[in-house]
Design a protein around this ligand. Structure first.
Ligand code: GYE
Length: 303
């Protein structure tokens, strides 16, 4: 396999430095596995780091990849802002960068070659559309609580915005509380506990990922309420545990977000290094699941 520039250290094997967000959720675990397996399958030498959801750790990892003169850097930026300096350093070192999963807000689009991942605004809209349809004949207020993803992250910003846009068309939909649960089960439970104590009358929970929804289910059951019935639950991701809870009737609707980005990422890296032009945006294809659809999909679900 050709394509690696001479700076790669002699032979033609491509070396990729991958700076992962962390291991905060089932989605992330599946994403890491996909990246590692497809690097292996593509014959790409992968250097992998886990930033434990901290931007400073990711910046450190990227700087070390620059120092090691890897051929290509790929990363999933934990938050959207604050990347310009380190991306300029990679550019100055002639190392192409590919964004995967999450976006950066840098106005200079020459700082990276392409961005592969989901359309998170669209995911938020799908969540909102389901709600609007479910409550079409409802005339009273619909009280919603929202568990946001990691503060400042693209999926948290965009899933909130897409949802708000759709439900905003009807004033009966009231978001009575909205707080970050950092995309983890533990935080999802903790924040939902607080929501339940402060608000006796919650109709709907919108959680920006399955894991926070699953943590919230524990809080709801702990408060003596029935998840999926007393409180309707919408989440995003569709990882196994989420799909199981959906099939069991504890979640009502899941918007899919695919973590299986590895094969496309390796393909894009090879093309970039071979000097081929790649689209500056590659959007992941995904669907949505009702409880019935989850029952059907579960047996063959890959993650
Ligand atoms: O939805 C969540 C994970 O960036 C799309 O990060 C990803 C999100 C995913 O922690 O579960």
């Amino acid at each position: 396999e050709g394509g690696a520039p001479a700076s790669g250290g002699g032979d033609s094997t491509i070396t990729m430095g991958f700076a992962q967000v962390g291991a905060e959720s089932g989605w992330r675990t599946a994403n890491t596995k996909s990246v590692q397996e497809s690097a292996k399958a593509a014959g790409i030498d992968l250097k992998f780091s886990d930033a434990q959801q901290k931007q400073e750790n990711q910046i450190k990892a990227i700087r070390s990849y620059i120092q090691q003169k890897v051929d290509v850097i790929a990363f999933s930026p934990v938050v959207e802002s604050g990347w310009d300096t380190v991306l300029q350093e990679a550019k100055a070192a002639n190392i192409p960068v590919i964004l995967t999963d999450r976006a950066v807000d840098s106005p200079d689009k020459t700082l990276y070659k392409t961005f592969l991942g989901s359309d998170f605004v669209e995911e938020g809209k799908k969540a909102g559309q389901w709600l609007v349809e479910q409550y079409a004949s409802e005339t009273g207020d619909v009280n919603i609580v929202e568990l946001q993803g990691t503060t400042g992250s693209a999926p948290a910003n965009d899933r909130k915005a897409g949802f708000a846009e759709v439900i905003g068309a009807d004033p009966k939909f009231k978001v009575i509380a909205s707080q970050s649960g950092d995309f983890t089960r533990a935080k999802g439970k903790e924040v939902m506990d607080a929501f339940l104590k402060a608000n006796p009358d919650i109709d709907v929970l919108y959680a920006h990922n399955d894991d926070m929804g699953l943590g919230a289910i524990e809080a709801i059951e702990g408060a003596g309420k029935v998840p999926g019935k007393d409180i309707k639950i919408i989440t995003v991701d569709a990882v196994k545990d989420g799909m199981q809870a959906l099939a069991d009737g504890k979640i009502n609707y899941i918007v899919e977000c695919s973590p299986l980005l590895g094969p496309q990422l390796m393909d894009l890296a090879k093309k970039v290094l071979a000097g081929e032009t790649v689209p500056d945006r590659v959007v992941t294809e995904e669907t949505t699941f009702t409880q019935e659809q989850a029952k059907q999909a579960l047996p063959t679900r890959q993650y």
